[in-house]
Design a protein around this ligand. Structure first.
Ligand code: GLC
Ligand code: MG
Length: 533
């Protein structure tokens, strides 16, 4: 029998890089691969195990790389394949894994496949995308709505049919019911696996297959204009179809074929669904799906002890037998944690993220406490904002350049950054926070170090303690206890029997604890304790 090893993606932490905004090296104001390579030592020092890099493939950038024109190349703005190979080798030398962002639901409308597909109804690639006739009155085939607002169908006058696009019209949906598409896309994944990537984050996995009959989606009776156009209907028939699991299983089999005991290639699925449906994406024992269907629930969770305890319990209970949990606090599409929770609770939130059971994904800049940056009207870039302005749906505010120092342009670029820096970059930057014991960066680094030092934090089981007041508390394994004060009043927590020593507090105030019959928590304070035997 071979010895079972814990795969790296269970114990490790993942760090998302939005490459346009991480580090620019050629002065064009846009981050690049050489910039990431240059900053790998920062990531090693931070203590993460893997980076997931948002799309770097050739793209017209209608959706900033999520519109791919070539699945097996590198956009010149980011560099070359050689730059990528150098980045990968440099990461691997440092023990860091690299995950790419694979965008299978749709390509760019400039992808040669789509150019062919739209060239005529009889083109061999016609059926690589989703083409439908108009209704008799000329209107779109059904009521499906794009996630970016407006109908999910674009009229092609030259060939007299509509094509489907779950996102922008410049992002036509690939037809995953066509086996030739499946083969071509698996070939693209194979290309990167052969090059040595350690896995993929799979973009909008739950969107990939649509109902075969294209029936109307049910109307959402609770819709109001402030929600954004897409919420007019429930996406019952345009997403999450049973056949998607066969595709996930094909991708998983490919990842397995490239896995070795030293390196399992991991698949992470971007899926926004309720737990019960989300869990289906783990697949079955016979046909496993993705390793980690992203669990985004912390991002919008009600921030109080009872609600969070219920959420954690519900998620843990819903996991399939072999399903490994994961947690996310932010990404390039959602408001930043520090803005959503406030500076003090953002620290508590990091402690939560990094002490829950399961693989954590950190979003670049959150380790500095970066906040959403207000983007002046003339500088808006995100098509999401441009198509439905003023609803707060735009994503530019969470995609601003990483502040490295108080040098010009925060050390991000020698040119003008593609998005403005946050107003606080002169004080909130890596150089300023690195040696400040009270900084967010110091806290996150300490938390990541503690995950390594205390295996119970990555591998131990999780038991919730009865929530008291604003305190969320749980144990990890037999000996680690985490208590988080989610409010701004002092709190007390009665501890299980035994003697505990503090390991870390979230607020940098040191470890001066009160021990009279329980644990005294300061406002907005989180604390990790260890039982002494
Ligand atoms: C995913 C990405 C988002 C992108 C969309 C379309 O949700 O995270 O940034 O706009 O897919 O590809
Ligand atoms: Mg550049």
């Amino acid at each position: 029998m071979t010895e079972e090893r814990t795969p790296w993606w269970r114990t490790g932490s993942i760090y998302q890089i939005y490459p346009r905004s991480f580090q620019d090296t050629d002065g064009d104001g846009i981050g690049d691969l050489a910039g990431i390579t240059q900053r790998l030592d920062y990531l090693v020092d931070l203590g993460i195990d893997a980076v997931w890099i948002s799309p770097i493939f050739p793209s017209p950038m209608a959706d900033f790389g999520y519109d791919v024109a070539d699945y097996v190349g590198i956009d010149p703005r980011f560099g070359t394949l050689d730059d990528f190979d150098r980045l990968l080798a440099a990461a691997h030398t440092r023990g860091l894994r690299v995950l790419l962002d694979f965008v299978p639901n749709h390509s760019s409308d400039r992808h040669p496949w789509f150019v062919e597909s739209r060239s005529s109804r009889t083109n061999p690639k016609r059926d690589w995308y989703i083409w439908r006739d108009a209704k008799p009155d000329g209107s779109p085939p059904n009521n499906w709505i794009s996630d970016f607002g407006g109908p999910a169908w674009e009229w092609d006058a030259a060939t007299g049919q509509y094509y489907s696009h779950a996102f922008l019209p410049q992002q036509p949906d690939l037809n995953w019911r066509n086996p030739a598409v499946v083969d071509a896309m698996l070939d693209a994944m194979r290309f990167w696996l052969e090059r040595g990537v350690d896995g993929f984050r799979i973009d909008v996995l739950w969107h990939m297959v649509k109902h075969a009959e294209f029936i109307d989606n049910p109307l959402n009776p609770d819709w109001h204009a402030g929600m954004g156009d897409m919420h007019r209907v429930h996406q019952t028939h345009s997403t999450d179809q049973p056949e998607v699991h066969d595709i996930a299983a094909r991708m998983r089999a490919l990842a397995e074929a490239f896995s070795t005991p030293d390196c399992e290639r991991v698949l992470i699925g971007e899926i926004y669904l309720p737990f019960e449906r989300l869990m289906q994406y783990y697949g079955t024992a016979e046909a496993p799906g993705v390793h980690l269907p992203f669990n985004f629930t912390l991002i919008d969770a009600a921030w109080n002890a009872r609600a969070l305890a219920a959420l954690i319990a519900e998620y843990e209970a819903a996991l399939p037998a072999d399903g490994w949990p994961n947690w996310v606090l932010g990404n390039h599409d959602r408001p930043r944690s520090a803005t959503k929770r406030g500076a003090a609770q953002a620290r508590v939130a990091q402690m939560l993220l990094l002490t829950l059971r399961g693989t954590p994904t950190l979003y670049y800049g959150d380790e500095l406490g970066m906040e959403d940056v207000a983007i002046p009207l003339g500088q808006v870039q995100d098509p999401r904002e441009l198509r439905e302005p003023g609803l707060g749906l735009g994503r530019d505010p969470v995609r601003t350049p990483m502040p490295w120092s108080d040098a010009a342009n925060a050390g991000f670029s020698t040119g003008t950054p593609w998005l403005p820096l946050g107003p606080d970059w002169r004080t909130r930057n890596v150089a300023a926070e690195r040696d400040d014991p009270a900084s967010m960066l110091t806290l996150v680094r300490a938390l990541l170090a503690m995950r390594r030092a205390q295996p119970a934090l990555s591998g131990g089981d999780l038991r919730l303690l009865e929530a008291e007041g604003d305190v969320l508390a749980y144990t990890r394994g037999d000996d680690v206890l985490v208590a988080l004060n989610l409010g701004s009043n002092a709190q007390r927590l009665s501890l299980p029997t035994g003697a505990f020593v503090p390991l870390l507090t979230s607020d940098g105030t040191g470890l001066d604890l009160e021990w009279s019959g329980g644990l005294a928590l300061k406002p907005d304070q989180g604390i990790i304790l260890r039982r002494i035997r």
